[in-house]
Write a protein that binds this ligand. Structure first.
Ligand code: CUA
Length: 178
């Protein structure tokens, strides 16, 4: 009886100065990182503006299949390479474990790139330009883009999606109009 708990009143002990400084530093750092995202949206061209619509996986897969059937120009292994008309809506589908199909786009033309997943959450990371987007099943994201350099661009999945995650890749070709 009468023994005071050493923790009594812990909540009203004054905060140590060093700890307070660290809390303030961490808070300001977090705030700075938050505004970097906004800054980078304009300057870095990496956090792109997009539109998003609700869609079922089956409805999205149907759109991808329609484009693929109409505009496939060649086959690369298991992958069709699709060259839709310049300026059109183009579609890519994430699924375990691939980005489907491959696209061939024309430099200097503006496309609406649609992205969705038909199973799990995936990441769309366009290399080497380092454009990154989260891709969710049930949502169709649309990015308006104008490829400004020719070449072969790899896509890797940067959201862990299962045992084949590291093999989940895709490809976009950008060619000169001819
Ligand atoms: Cu798809 Cu990781």
């Amino acid at each position: 009886m009468g023994i005071a708990s050493p923790r009594a009143g812990w909540w009203k002990e004054p905060i140590h100065k060093v700890e307070l400084i660290w809390i303030i530093v961490a808070f300001l750092w977090g705030l700075g990182m938050f505004f970097m995202m906004i800054y980078w949206h304009g300057v870095g061209n990496q956090n792109l503006s997009n539109e998003a619509y609700r869609i079922t996986p089956a409805a999205y897969a149907a759109k991808v299949d329609k484009m693929t059937e109409e505009y496939t120009v060649r086959q690369e292994g298991a992958f069709p390479v699709v060259r839709p008309p310049p300026g059109s809506d183009v579609y890519m589908m994430g699924r375990v474990y691939m980005w489907w199909p491959m696209l061939e786009l024309v430099k200097g033309e503006t496309y609406r790139l649609h992205l969705s997943s038909i199973d799990l959450q995936h990441g769309f990371s366009l290399q080497p330009v380092n454009i990154n987007l989260q891709v969710h099943p049930g949502y169709e994201s649309v990015v308006t883009m104008t490829p400004n350099q020719t070449g072969q661009f790899g896509i890797v999945c940067n959201e862990y999606c299962g045992f084949g995650h590291h093999t989940m890749t895709g490809r976009i070709y950008v060619v000169d109009n001819k």
